[in-house]
Design a protein around this ligand. Structure first.
Ligand code: ADP
Ligand code: ZN
Length: 739
């Protein structure tokens, strides 16, 4: 049942019925209610302490969820310690289990019957109205003529546009001259896709692309499970490699599944596939309306398409017989789901490939340490693309030490002199600049200068971020969205000395507007793209050169291809380094390398200017050198000495409570219940970095070891000893966030 907290339930198949297919939907009694669930398999033995109720009704006479996807959800449940209901829900289309399956949109179409065609022909042969035809009005005669020219029929709305009312059509129908039918129309999410995409069907592959394909094609042709990691620098043309490989695989009759981080952020990749493969592409992501998602799911399930592109959850798409699974930008953290089931889309993709005997290609300019280590150990085939297409150089990267700028211009300096000069230069030459600051808002906090009190969220242990709306100042919690106006005086000591500290993208935008009043400026962050479609609009404006300077958070660092951008500026490159997370250096390196990779992708060479207070930090230094291998070697050494992944596996357990003491006590009980088992060590419990979140207090402990199995079993055992805690615990296997 798609109910998160429930385990598998057992029902009886009535004697006169055969066993429904694995993956078929069935209607069953659940307490006082009736609900729809999915058949997972035959129960080994029923617990006779309960009466086993019979199934009420079998919805599908075949699998609704394909059996291999059912198997995949079972693996996810087991690996990530998530209930089967939660995992199944992740694999279902919207409204998948409402017994009504007719959620399609349809349109009414009128067409001539045989008698209608006959009548229309006679009409055309006569100048007047032939006597043997029934009497008809002018509109009806016009309708006959229009429909004669459209053998497949015309939609009622398009007929109405030409003045043919439904009353006229009803009359024709009653005369037997016209038939009216309903036809399903699939809502098409590509309708609004950027139209500036050129498919480039005829261009030649570069020698490096040829070489990558020469390695990948035999792996795909072998029809055996295999993983390849494509490590290609930004602008090396990985997408073209994916497109050609996908084409080769679909020609052999097998399906292609391509995962991308967040389609809203990279509409170009999906649009490129659509441009190349047309109607045989389906798209699956959370930005679609329920209706669109539903229709796309069913197109895939019916076998109307052989290429599926989607975000994380598309890994469960009901695509038959996938032969190739691509995970683009495999380092992207949006592949990890941050609620139950806490799965990693890339890792589930690899399992799906294993079950399907498919080639899995994961690609990035900045692979995760985990994936690169697997490649070096020989678990994955490593394919390297070192050069940009057409021998375009990588952007030149310079670091500005912000301590020098602060000495010159004061603590509050946002834009350095070299960056301002470079932006001015681009404006004069009519080229584009991109400015990244991975922190939104105007200021990071408001602090009282008299008592140092900070404006905080009442629900979370975090200070409110300050946003400017017109002439009003607001504090907003970026975790729970709590919002309140910034007071004039301190809430605690009533002193009128409130000061804004730190800065975010809004402040950068304000500074740039003051410096360059005539420049065309756009900003992209969670605040400006709240409305559906607004990001695509802004990106389209950048592509059509209606924007000179684009400011944004990490959203602008992802996969975009802006050929006219020749300058990338990074403000506060070290924002992420202060976080209590062993991956902070890796994240910083990835972000800087990716954003620098947005510059100089067209004909003119690019330049990146990185502002930092810690220019000597290895993640910043090596991102500037764009030396992935040197970074990997240094980082993996750090992980080895500190015993962090990939050296060991980790599990993050968070226990929530009404008070902090309550949360800690519960975490202690649970952690103690894991003691005694072998194969891992226990760290904590301790207060979680976010000790309070959305009104709940949080304690945390980690398990760290080489055996995930041992950790899972110990946790299952511990949880079974404390069943009352179930709703307060979240377990994260292979966590990406330490919070
Ligand atoms: P990556 O994903 O590796 O960063 P892209 O796939 O976005 O790189 O390609 C970078 C740029 O090079 C794009 O503008 C793309 O259209 C162009 N490109 C890719 N392959 C070729 C080719 N064979 N010939 C000419 N241009 C190419
Ligand atoms: Zn909050």
């Amino acid at each position: 049942m798609p109910v998160p907290a429930l385990g598998l339930l057992t029902y009886r198949v009535p004697e006169d019925q055969s066993m429904p297919a694995r993956g078929a939907r069935v209607v069953v009694p659940m307490g006082p209610r009736t609900m729809t669930g999915v058949v997972i398999g035959e129960a080994a033995a029923a617990d006779t302490a309960y009466t086993i109720k019979p199934i009420k009704n079998v919805v599908d006479d075949h699998a609704f969820i394909p059996p291999d996807v059912v198997r995949l959800t079972e693996w996810v449940s087991e690996y990530y310690l998530a209930g089967p209901g939660a995992t199944l829900a992740a694999a279902l289309p919207p409204h998948g289990l409402t017994a009504r399956t007719d959620r399609f949109k349809s349109v009414r179409i009128a067409a001539l019957t045989a008698a209608g065609i006959d009548a229309a022909e006679r009409l055309a042969a006569h100048s007047g109205e032939p006597a043997e035809l029934p009497r008809m009005g002018r509109r009806q005669l016009e309708a006959l003529q229009l429909l004669k020219g459209a053998p497949a029929g015309l939609t009622l709305p398009s007929l109405a546009e030409r003045g043919i009312t439904s009353a006229a059509l009803t009359r024709l129908k009653s005369l037997g001259l016209v038939s009216i039918r309903d036809e399903r129309v699939d809502r098409d999410p590509f309708e609004h896709a950027v139209s500036a995409i050129k498919p480039h069907i005829d261009r030649d592959a570069t020698p490096e692309q040829e070489q990558a394909l020469a390695q990948l094609q035999p792996l795909a042709a072998a029809q055996k499970f295999h993983v390849a990691l494509v490590h290609g620098v930004t602008g090396s043309g990985k997408t073209e490699v994916y497109l050609r490989l996908a084409d080769a695989v679909r020609r052999t009759g097998r399906g292609v599944l391509m995962l991308v981080p967040e389609i809203a952020l990279t509409p170009q990749v999906a649009a490129l596939f659509r441009a190349r493969f047309g109607e045989s592409v389906a798209i699956q992501h959370s930005g679609l309306s329920d209706g669109e998602r539903h229709d796309q799911w069913h197109r895939i399930r019916r076998g109307d398409v052989d290429v599926v592109i989607g975000t994380r959850s598309a890994v469960f798409a009901p695509l038959a017989n996938p032969g190739l699974i691509i995970v683009d930008e495999e380092h992207d953290t949006s592949y990890k789901q941050d609620e139950t089931p806490r799965y990693h889309g890339r890792d589930v993709a690899i399992m799906r490939g294993k079950f399907a005997n498919a080639l899995v290609v994961i690609g990035s300019a900045t692979p995760t340490i985990e994936s690169y280590a697997n490649a070096l150990e020989g678990k994955y085939t490593l394919i390297t693309m070192n050069r940009r297409v057409l021998d375009r150089p990588l952007a030149r990267v310079d670091v500005v030490n912000m301590r020098d700028e602060i000495a010159e211009a004061g603590e509050d300096v946002v834009l350095s002199r070299p960056l301002i000069a470079a932006m001015r230069d681009r404006l004069e030459r009519g080229e584009q600049s991109l400015v990244l600051l991975n922190r939104r808002g105007f200021a990071t906090a408001v602090v009282c200068r008299q008592c140092t009190h900070t404006l905080e969220c009442p629900n979370c242990s975090i200070s409110l971020t300050i946003h400017k709306h017109g002439s009003h100042w607001h504090g907003r919690c970026h975790y729970c969205n709590f919002l309140k106006p910034v007071p004039k005086t301190c809430e605690k000591c009533a002193a009128p000395y409130l000061e804004r500290v730190g800065f975010g993208t809004e402040r950068v935008e304000a500074e740039i507007r003051t410096l360059f009043p005539t420049a065309r400026i756009a900003r992209v962050d969670r605040d400006t793209v709240r409305r559906k479609g607004s990001l695509v609009e802004i990106l389209a404006k950048v592509a059509s050169r209606d924007v000179d300077i684009l400011i944004g958070t990490q959203m602008i660092a992802k996969g975009h291809d802006f050929p006219d951008c020749t300058l990338v500026g990074v403000i506060s490159a070290d924002v992420g380094l202060g976080l209590a997370d062993f991956r902070s250096a890796e994240r910083t390196f990835q972000l800087l390398t990716q954003v620098a990779g947005r510059a100089g992708r067209g004909e003119r060479p690019g330049e990146a200017i990185i502002q930092s207070l810690l220019p000597q930090h290895y993640s910043i230094r090596l991102a500037c050198a764009q030396d992935y291998r040197a970074f990997y070697d240094k980082e993996v050494e750090f992980r080895r000495t500190m015993r962090y992944p990939p050296q060991v596996a980790m599990v993050n357990v968070v226990v929530r409570g009404k008070t902090f003491e309550d949360a800690m006590a519960a975490a202690r009980d649970l952690a103690n219940a894991t003691r005694g088992a072998k194969g891992f060590v226990l760290l904590g419990p301790a207060p979680a970095p976010l000790t309070k979140l959305r009104g709940e207090h949080r304690a945390q402990f980690f398990l760290k070891g080489t055996s995930r199995k041992a950790m899972r079993e110990a946790l299952q055992l511990a949880a079974s000893r404390h069943p009352a805690m179930a709703k307060r615990i979240s377990v994260d296997i292979d966590p990406l966030s330490m919070l």
